[in-house]
Design a protein. Structure first.
Length: 327
């Protein structure tokens, strides 16, 4: 089998280290493993590939892929792969869901605590050498997760890991998922269908978006949804930027209609230096890092190795994506 590894980025953290590619060669000596450092190289090499360990496969690359049978994406989100030609093709897609669940859940906890404890204000005033005690104590003041009502939209592995942490700190956790009657979820007090979202938004303190990007979740939180939320509520998005109408969120934060928000993902990434969202009040921005941990590539490659073993043995693959459902 020929395996094409094409996991590259302008940012170092999302480029597979060459040492991990060499480790794959050592693990599968009978395979030919090709390594593309950019899209152009991937286009040249993909005609020979039976398998792709790939962050992305473009439509042009897919058209050139004469032998491609299976794509394993190291990320959980695969919306960018699900264009019509790929969906209609016989190519199987698997993803990295689960490998980043704990680190993303801890990120959610961190940013909620930062907003609840007004740490962003404290840090800004530290740089100005200002003792901001009265400012931080002003309404709504420091708040606690204990006693808060947390709505988690999407109860996959990230949503479930987040629920466990919030529940452990004394929150009431409410979930929204496409199949509310599926098996109960630990640490989630009640589960509701997507059409209950509007009703639920009016009575929660924290909203966490952990649902995949699909045709039904694009624009999930817009002007109408933000207007339903309490003025002292906070919104966290660790899914994809397309789930939130950023312009509507900016207006809500500038007008004080929402207490705060934390975004790790954006409609356009990376954010341009002159993007107006940088200086929005009560908005905590992180540069799409919630899913990265110190051993990220060890975990990502280990999952691919296990799936490659299963593929050779004719066993069911882990994390097969339903290309029509979008995840």
């Amino acid at each position: 089998m020929t395996i094409l590894v094409t996991i590259h980025s302008a940012f170092r953290m999302w480029r597979i280290p060459s040492g991990h590619v060499e480790a794959l060669r050592a693990t599968f000596p009978a395979d030919t493993i090709l390594h593309a450092l950019d899209d152009a190289q991937a286009r040249e090499l993909i005609p020979e590939a039976d398998i792709a360990f790939a962050a992305s496969i473009t439509p042009d690359q897919l058209r050139a892929a004469r032998r491609l049978q299976w794509v394993h994406c190291p990320a959980a989100g695969v919306g960018h792969l699900l264009y019509p030609e790929m969906v209609e093709s016989g190519v199987t897609i698997t993803n990295g869901r689960g490998t980043s669940a704990d680190t993303i859940a801890e990120h959610v906890l961190a940013v909620v605590l930062a907003l609840y404890r007004r740490l962003t204000t404290a840090h800004a005033r530290q740089a100005q050498r200002v003792w901001a005690q009265d400012e931080i104590a002003s309404p709504p003041g420091n708040r606690t997760i204990a006693g808060s009502r947390v709505l988690i939209v999407g109860l996959g592995r990230i949503g479930r890991a987040t629920a466990v942490r919030m529940h452990a700190l004394g929150a009431t956790v409410i979930g929204v998922r496409r199949q509310p009657d599926a098996a109960p979820v630990a640490a989630v007090d009640s589960v509701h269908p997507p059409d209950a979202l509007h009703q639920l938004l009016a009575d929660v303190d924290i909203v966490v978006l952990a649902a995949p990007q699909t045709m039904t979740t694009k624009g999930l939180i817009g002007e109408a949804e933000l207007a339903r939320m309490k003025r002292d509520a906070v919104l966290v998005n660790v899914s994809r930027g397309a789930l939130v109408d950023e312009d509507a969120l900016v207006r809500a934060l500038r007008e004080g209609a929402l207490a705060g928000a934390a975004l790790d993902v954006f409609r356009d990434e990376p954010l341009a230096p002159d993007h107006p969202i940088w200086d929005v009040p009560n908005l905590l921005i992180t540069p799409h890092v919630s899913g990265f941990r110190h051993d990220h590539w060890d975990a990502a490659v280990a999952l691919f190795v296990e799936n490659r073993r299963r593929y050779a043995a004719g066993e069911p693959l882990l994390n097969v994506v339903d290309k029509r459902a979008g995840y």
